[in-house]
Design a protein. Structure first.
Length: 166
């Protein structure tokens, strides 16, 4: 097993890794409870053939938060960033890493994926999220999932997310 536990240490935060093959959660930074990683164990057992990264991390953040903080906490950090950067483009292809606000606490894909999951749950319910985890693999499939469940086309996705944050 090649788990680099030192890689989950982030000063001042909690951290964890789900070893989905062995059904184990490794928790770092003196944290003994990491629900985000428990969600990953569940989704892997339910959907072992894979799922889109944004949807998977979004679902784990929606249900279990991330870094010891709730999805709503991360949404607030994202909201502040978008208000300070109104021309910011939200895209599955280009966004990776943390919101550049100096905190290293909110990963774009986790919070935006979480927003997608939250909105799909509000509109269509949990079964729609489960269908997405089961069937969505590519960016194009994720855009179609969003269009089918939220009536938002690919071209309007960035503006839709910004409207949620207003």
């Amino acid at each position: 097993m090649d788990i680099r536990l030192y890689a989950i240490y982030i000063p001042g935060q909690t951290g964890g890794v789900a070893d989905i093959n062995n059904n184990i959660v490794y928790a770092g930074n003196n944290s003994e409870y990491y629900p985000h990683e428990l969600v990953h164990l569940y989704t892997f057992k339910m959907y072992p053939d894979g799922y889109h990264f944004w949807l998977n991390e979004g679902f784990a953040t929606y249900i279990g938060g991330s870094g010891g903080k709730s999805l709503d906490w991360h949404i607030e950090k994202f909201r502040k960033y978008v208000h300070q950067n109104p021309n910011f483009e939200i895209s599955f292809k280009t966004l990776k890493g943390y919101i550049p606000n100096g905190l290293h606490s909110t990963e774009f894909r986790y919070v935006i994926g979480g927003l997608i999951c939250k909105k799909v749950f509000e509109v269509k319910g949990m079964n729609a999220l489960f269908e997405g985890l089961k069937n969505v693999r590519t960016d194009e499939q994720l855009y179609l999932f969003i269009e089918d469940n939220l009536n938002v086309k690919k071209e309007g996705f960035s503006e839709y997310i910004k409207q949620i944050l207003e």
